[in-house]
Ligand binder design. Sequence first.
Ligand SMILES: NC(=O)c1ccc[n+]([C@@H]2O[C@H](COP(=O)([O-])OP(=O)(O)OC[C@H]3O[C@@H](n4cnc5c(N)ncnc54)[C@H](OP(=O)(O)O)[C@@H]3O)[C@@H](O)[C@H]2O)c1
Length: 310
Amino acid sequence: MKYIPYANTNKLASRISFGGWQLGNNEFWGEMTHSEGVELVKQAYTKGITLFDTAPGYSGGESEKIIGEALHAVREKVIINSKIGHKANGLTDFSVNSMKEQIKDSLARLNTDYLDSVVLHNPGMEILSGNSGHFIELEKLKNEGLIRAYGVSIDTHRELLEVLNKTDVQVVEILFNVFFQSPLSLFDVAKTKGITLIIKVPLDSGWLSGKYNEFSSFDGIRSRWDKPTIERRAYLVNKMKQITNDDNLTKYAISFILSFDSITSVITGIKNFKQLQENINAESFILNDEIKNELLKLYDEEIKDQPLQW
Ligand SMILES: NC(=O)c1ccc[n+]([C@@H]2O[C@H](COP(=O)([O-])OP(=O)(O)OC[C@H]3O[C@@H](n4cnc5c(N)ncnc54)[C@H](OP(=O)(O)O)[C@@H]3O)[C@@H](O)[C@H]2O)c1
């Protein structure tokens, strides 16, 4: 596993890291008990993962509790990134004066006294434009030692451009994968600014593993896809299978992202030991330039002018 310095934390992030949304999340992602979650996170650490992404809103605080319990004994060796804005009780609150309390609530659930980083959880453009006081407050909380770095979790090229132009955040978590390439042209600017770039949704919520097709049906968070959306994704997955000449796409999807050296780490959502191992294995797979160029072309020709919805 390769490791890259994480913002100003003096810690190293593994290039494959752990997305905590699935932990204990029976409402959105299927079955996982608390103790299964704790075991999965412990295994991830044992296998070399050092960066763990979570949020108060993931399974009503359960994701943070699982991560806190699993990593307590190795706290100084790991990086924990949590979020502000969507609270454990399901309410949304992006007010400046609630941020300290939200962080303290996360610290209690995580059983720790600092966050390596905290990111605003999909804030609006009025916050991303840097004039709202959020980043002044976060700088204060950083000086107080509650957090070591801060930033935003965002989805689009437009949002990233705003953040790069208007703020001094240290961490950006962003949606990027073979089917969502629009922010790519800004990644080198982020690198020049010294920003730690972490990639969410690397497998397009499971599609880029190659295991779903036009007949697949989904519940939980993925029930948002209607039939035409499923058929279009299935068509694109088939195109990718032709490009790679392989039915299992996971290693291509992950190594495509890791091939950009402006990217610090990829947070894959993980539901079991098999997925954990397979996603870690993808880190040592070298994507050849020919396939990489075809995947760039796939986006340009089939998706760019008619973007998919998340
Ligand atoms: N707004 C935000 O800040 C935000 C939004 C989204 C995600 N995130 C973060 O980013 C992380 C990753 O995003 P995500 O979980 O939404 O999407 P993802 O990583 O693209 O997809 C995760 C899903 O893919 C499937 N999968 C994972 N590894 C696999 C493998 N090796 N083979 C086959 N299937 C595999 C699993 O679902 P199935 O097995 O059920 O198919 C898993 O739940 C989240 O856990 C969360 O920490 C943040």
